[in-house]
Design a protein around this ligand. Structure first.
Ligand code: BJW
Ligand code: ZN
Length: 253
């Protein structure tokens, strides 16, 4: 169907109908309509208000663990208050309609899971799986789940019960390797799929940003769903310019 973003090219509608393996690759924009801030949007993005080098690197955590832990706790609690939006629900519905769907996300929230998607490949980890900074053991202790609107504040991370090292958020910081299994599966799926939907990502962060190009290089159709159009490199690449929560449900009509 046609929405405020214009009409969907017939090639894409037919590609989606005949596709045996669809990959959906998401970034922060898919959660924006749930009220979870993106990173690089000019006014509302996290990096417009906070310095990534002071918060999203292992060095920052070593230097000031209370600052970094408190900031991620604030984000984790805000995420717990958010709910999946029509974009998350449309992806879950698409997964039920096509023979095979691989969902790859750069997001550290759990909104895809809460919309009913299983086996999500989290390339940049999760806010909800903290681990020890020293020995990497998963931390299973209790963390706050308050419903009060929290504000970011310094707070000491819990101690690892195994080595007493500081517990860190289970996300992938700048300069850190991506989780090997998720990355391998994501690259393989992108290379062999028939159609890839890239939703709400600026494509600024590597190696994740390579994923759409692996798909069109492998002969798949690629559609970018984003209010900011992407530059196109292949005749198989399209822009569906608009909000994920509007474009994705329309794609299923
Ligand atoms: C909507 C919308 C709506 C809005 N609907 N759309 C120079 C060149 C190349 C690479 C490098 C370089 N210098 C350094 C590097 C490497 C670095 C990197 O890529 N840096 C670039 C920034 C230059 N990469 C790394 O460090 C990675 N690791 C690595 O390379 O390791 C090497 C290694 C190998 C072996 C051993 C050891 C090391 C790791 C990268 C980790 C990224 N981590 C973050 C933070 C996670 C934790 C946290 O949450 O705090 O991940 S950064 C941040 O960016 C987060 C995101 O997942 C990631 C991508 O952002 P995303 O999702 O695209 O969001 P935005 O905000 O950028 O875009 C939102 C989009 O949505 C916009 O386009 C909007 O228009 C759109 N939108 N509303 C649809 N309603
Ligand atoms: Zn430990």
């Amino acid at each position: 169907g046609a929405g405020s973003f214009g009409s969907i090219p017939l090639e894409l509608i037919e590609g989606l109908r005949s596709s045996r393996h669809v990959v959906v690759f998401t970034g922060a924009g898919v959660s924006a309509e749930s009220g979870v801030p993106t990173f690089r949007d000019a006014l509302t993005g996290l990096w417009a208000r906070y310095d990534p080098l002071a918060l999203a690197t292992p060095e920052a955590f070593q230097q000031d663990p209370d600052l970094v832990w408190g900031w991620y706790e604030w984000r984790r609690l805000r995420t717990l208050q958010a709910s999946p939006n029509p974009a998350h629900h449309a992806i879950a519905e698409l997964a039920r309609r096509v023979p095979r769907l691989t969902l790859i996300t750069q997001n550290v929230d759990d909104l895809h899971e809460r919309a009913g998607c299983q086996d999500v490949l989290h390339l940049h980890g999760s806010l909800h799986h903290p681990r020890c900074f020293n020995c990497a053991a998963a931390f299973n202790g209790l963390l706050e789940t308050t419903n009060e609107p929290p504000v970011e504040k310094r707070q000491s991370p819990p101690c690892c019960p195994i080595c007493s090292g500081p517990v860190r958020p289970g996300v992938v910081w700048f300069g850190e390797a991506l989780p090997e299994k998720a990355m391998h599966e994501a690259f393989a799926a992108a290379s062999e799929c028939d159609l890839l939907l890239s939703v709400g990502t600026s494509g600024a962060v590597y190696p994740a940003a390579l994923i759409p190009s692996l798909a069109w290089q492998g002969g798949a159709l690629v559609a970018h769903i984003n209010p900011q159009p992407s530059s196109l490199h292949s005749v198989r690449e399209y822009n569906l310019t608009g909000f994920a929560g509007e474009v994705l449900p329309a794609l299923l009509d």
